[in-house]
Design a protein around this ligand. Structure first.
Ligand code: GPW
Length: 834
């Protein structure tokens, strides 16, 4: 049994762990004591920031107590752990979550309000760590929440970026990015763990350590090193004692990096240059979502994450275990897309070169340890790295990848002799036009399980993108449909709806057993319930309207239908199709101001990758249309368009509860799953959507009557593209569509400037990968059906209730259970109260 301090993971269990009290008096005493000792101030001289910080660390103290017991239970049980590796986490604000999870919400409210501090002020001071781009990062956070809630021993590993996803502002309707210095005032939720640093190498050369085989052991002599310094945030489960952690690595220069001689010579910039260069690795999150941009620093980030995390995992393994063959029994590593796939050659390197495990045994351990989740079907999102870059940056890893490939292709040739096409397509190395490493192929070859994130996505992966792998190893391929945590996205985001649900279900058991929502079904046609359901929506819309007025000056009508499209801006998601619909409505109102239309508020929110010109121009068009529409008295009262800037988790929690209509209009076959679609349905929004991603499963469950379906299905979209899709013909044949495009290109939304949006119009009229015009008529007609449905208030409310009642499946608890049974083969470990 390893017992030296160096081997102790996190907290060592012991008899002297301090426990927090259980009464409101204890809690108040903890607050006062933390204010005094942590902030060095008294209640009389405390600022709002002092109060916030004190509350945060006091809640953290309560979680530490549970965490210590969790570590003790895990130590005792020595279970199989899930290690979730992800380049992104979108955790959202922590304060309200931790108040809820520690059951101290009411106490805090009383204590704060007695001193004239509102909970809203405290919440505003809580900063959201924006360490991700969109769905992939938020999914990681939902899975962490559900793993803790289900008592699954798990650690999330990621990068502690100094700057998270940029802050979005608008100038002249164009997105302007500002840095997100999220730790400017400090981060009370994290613990630094400087004793657990690891050294990470880059560049340099390899040499034989014993013999001359590439199968090792070999020595890698890096020419550059940085230190990875971890800190962790606590990840509590809801309604349980389990507290897991998410461990984030930060790059630090080695101690000798400051060049004192240069500083003495007055060369201040040069004196710190080396530090800045090393630390740039964790400086900033790449703001690109679902596109690959192939920058060297990005590859360094990926290896940095992987190298630190694997050493940490091995250290934790060795704390309780000796035999390498037991590694896969104690460790499963889930790869969140291809960003952390270098973990596969890295584990091989550590086993073969540093722990003297022979190649074949190491490979068996590696394959049994890893599982890979793919989150896309877009070819431009599949990562590949130039062989030349890999050889320079990670020479030993490149040797290992070659050897993995060699053995894999040799076995492939035994099963399919002489099939050169197959060899070329499945090789880990792409040859043309330049030699590159295919990270998805490496992931599939090195893992025992591969999964897509919705049924359609998993099917299309197996039929298209990964077809040959799926026929080679059918048993490797799984589907695990995504989910979202009901704690954050219903209970915390929508307290009014939560109370109403609990009142009708006789308690809040649904928060950890979301299928219980089915019990609402009985009230779907109940007049009193419908009345209260509408009241909740209306009050939520009043809150949203207040926020919109304060931040954008746009005045919203809480009686109007709230039609929301909130997600990253991407051509495949087709915000442009939504704009075409808005302009259609605008044209109809201008042509006939007496037309009876359903009053509608269209809410957009989302960021675009800073270099994604097409998406940014669509964004500018949204703002231009909003401006024109909102300032035209002829449509006042009927149509409002608002773009809420800086979409993030906090903003989602504000918008989702107010939504009546959820826009999920990606071209079928392009959106892997979607998770915003689930959050909105759970909060009683009715979806208008295509048969894409998880929309299909949502429609299957809520019922075709409670879902507005339009557009091509995935097969039709593929064959339309193959058989020469002609956007022109739609333009020629549909006068309403023609009027819309003519208005945009004629300068109606750009003060007469015909050039402003010419390229947007050209992109849908020419070769449009996303078939916007092909789906236009079907979409607009479907929106007309939506309006007729809205006019029957009672029927709409019943639809809304049924959407909530039938969406229990989309809890991330169910997702985690699916992973546990189908892929991880892990068991919960119960943490005792005392
Ligand atoms: F391209 N997703 C994302 F697959 O948010 F890597 N960022 C990404 O870079 C990728 C996927 C990647 C999203 C998918 O677009 C969305 O459909 C899915 O619901 C989400 O990942 C979680 O699985």
């Amino acid at each position: 049994e390893a017992d030296s301090l160096a081997f102790v993971p996190e907290i060592k269990p012991g008899p002297n762990i301090r426990r927090v009290g259980t009464t409101v008096e204890d809690f108040e005493q903890n607050l006062l004591s933390n204010l005094y000792f942590q902030r060095g101030t008294t209640i009389e001289s405390a600022s709002a920031g002092d109060a916030y910080h004190t509350l945060a660390v006091t809640l953290r103290d309560r979680l530490v107590d549970r965490y210590a017991r969790t570590v003790a239970a895990h130590y005792e049980t020595n279970p199989r752990f899930v290690y979730y590796l992800s380049a992104e986490y979108m955790l959202g604000r922590q304060l309200n979550q931790n108040l809820l999870y520690t059951g101290t919400e009411q106490w805090t409210r009383e204590i704060a309000e007695a001193r004239g501090l509102s909970m809203e002020t405290l919440a505003t001071l809580d900063v959201e760590p924006g360490l991700g781009n969109g769905g992939l990062g938020r999914l990681a956070a939902c899975l962490l929440d559900s793993m803790a809630t289900l008592d699954i021993p798990a650690v999330g590993y990621g990068i502690r970026y100094d700057y998270g996803i940029f802050k979005q502002t608008f100038q002249n309707g164009e997105q302007v990015e500002r840095p997100d210095d999220w730790t400017f005032y400090g981060n009370p939720w994290e613990f630094a763990a400087p004793d657990d640093q690891h050294v990470v190498g880059f560049y340099g050369k390899t040499e034989s350590a014993n013999g001359d085989s590439m199968a090792g052991p070999r020595r890698w002599i890096p020419s550059e090193t940085v230190r990875g310094e971890p800190s962790h945030m606590l990840v509590p489960g809801y309604g349980t004692q389990t507290v897991n952690i998410v461990r984030l690595w930060r790059a630090r220069a080695s101690r000798q990096s400051f060049d004192l001689a240069r500083f003495g010579a007055g060369q201040y910039g040069e004196a710190v240059q080396h530090i800045a260069l090393s630390e740039s690795i964790s400086k900033v999150l790449y703001p690109d979502d679902s596109t690959e941009l192939g920058r060297e620093l990005r590859l360094k980030q990926q290896y940095f994450l992987v190298s630190c995390s694997l050493r940490d995992i091995i250290r934790r393994f060795q704390f309780r275990n000796r035999d390498w063959d037991a590694f896969p029994d104690k460790v499963v590593i889930q790869l969140n897309d291809t960003h952390p796939v270098l973990a596969i050659p890295e584990l091989m390197r550590l086993l073969v070169d540093e722990h003297q495990v022979d190649w074949d045994r190491a490979w068996s351990i590696t394959q049994r340890t890893f599982a890979y989740t793919c989150h896309t079907l877009l070819p431009e999102a599949l990562e590949t790295w130039p062989v030349a870059l890999m050889e320079r940056l990670l020479p030993r890893h490149m040797e290992i990848i070659y050897l993995i490939n060699h053995v894999f292709l040799r076995d492939l040739d035994m099963r399919h002799p002489g099939d050169l096409r197959l060899m070329r397509d499945l090789s880990l190395i792409q040859e043309e036009p330049e030699r590159r490493v295919r990270m998805a192929n490496l992931a599939v070859v090195g893992s025992h399980a591969v999964n897509g994130v919705a049924e359609l996505h998993s099917r299309l992966l197996a039929e298209t993108t990964l077809r040959d792998f799926a026929s080679l190893w059918p048993e490797k391929f799984h589907n695990v449909t995504n989910g979202v945590t009901p704690r954050r996205f219903v209970r915390l985001a929508n307290p009014r709806l939560s109370s109403l649900i609990s009142a009708h279900l006789g308690g809040d058991g649904w928060l950890t057993d979301l299928d219980q929502l089915a019990g609402l079904e009985a009230f779907a046609d109940d007049n009193a319930m419908r009345e209260r359901w509408r009241d909740v929506k209306r009050l939520n819309k009043v809150d949203l309207a207040a926020y919109a007025a304060r931040t954008t000056g746009v005045v919203l009508d809480p009686q109007a239908m709230c039609d929301v499209m909130i997600k990253r801006f991407h051509e495949y998601k087709r915000q442009l199709l939504k704009v075409l619909h808005v302009v259609t409505l605008y044209n109809r109102l201008r042509d006939d101001p007496a037309a009876t239309v359903v009053p509608r508020t269209v809410v957009f929110a989302g960021k675009a990758a800073p270099g994604y010109r097409a998406a940014k121009l669509v964004m500018k068009l949204v703002n231009a249309v909003a401006d024109t529409v909102n300032n035209d008295p002829r449509v006042a009262g009927a149509l409002r368009v608002v773009f809420l800037p800086d979409y993030n988790v906090t903003r989602a929690e504000l918008i989702v509860p107010s939504a009546d209509l959820s826009e999920q209009i990606s071209l079928a076959g392009k959106e892997a799953s979607g998770t915003g679609n689930m959050k909105l349905a759970l909060n009683g929004a009715v979806t208008i959507g295509t048969l894409d991603g998880a929309n299909i499963e949502i429609r299957d469950r809520v019922g075709a009557d409670n879902f507005f379906l339009f557009g091509y299905n995935a097969e039709q979209a593929m064959s339309a593209r193959r058989s020469g899709y002609s956007a022109r013909s739609f333009y020629d044949q549909d006068p309403e569509l023609r009027a819309v495009l003519d208005a945009i290109s004629g300068g109606v939304f750009s003060s007469g400037d015909r050039d402003a949006f010419a390229s947007v119009v050209d992109s849908v009229l020419g070769w449009d990968e996303y078939l916007c015009l092909g789906d236009y008529r079907s979409y607009v007609d479907c929106q007309d059906t939506v309006e007729r449905a809205w006019q029957d208030r009672e029927r709409w409310t019943s639809m809304s209730i049924r959407n909530t009642a039938r969406s229990g499946f989309f809890s991330s608890d169910r997702t985690v259970r699916d992973y546990c049974r189908g892929i991880w083969n892990v068991e919960p470990v119960r943490v005792p109260e005392e």
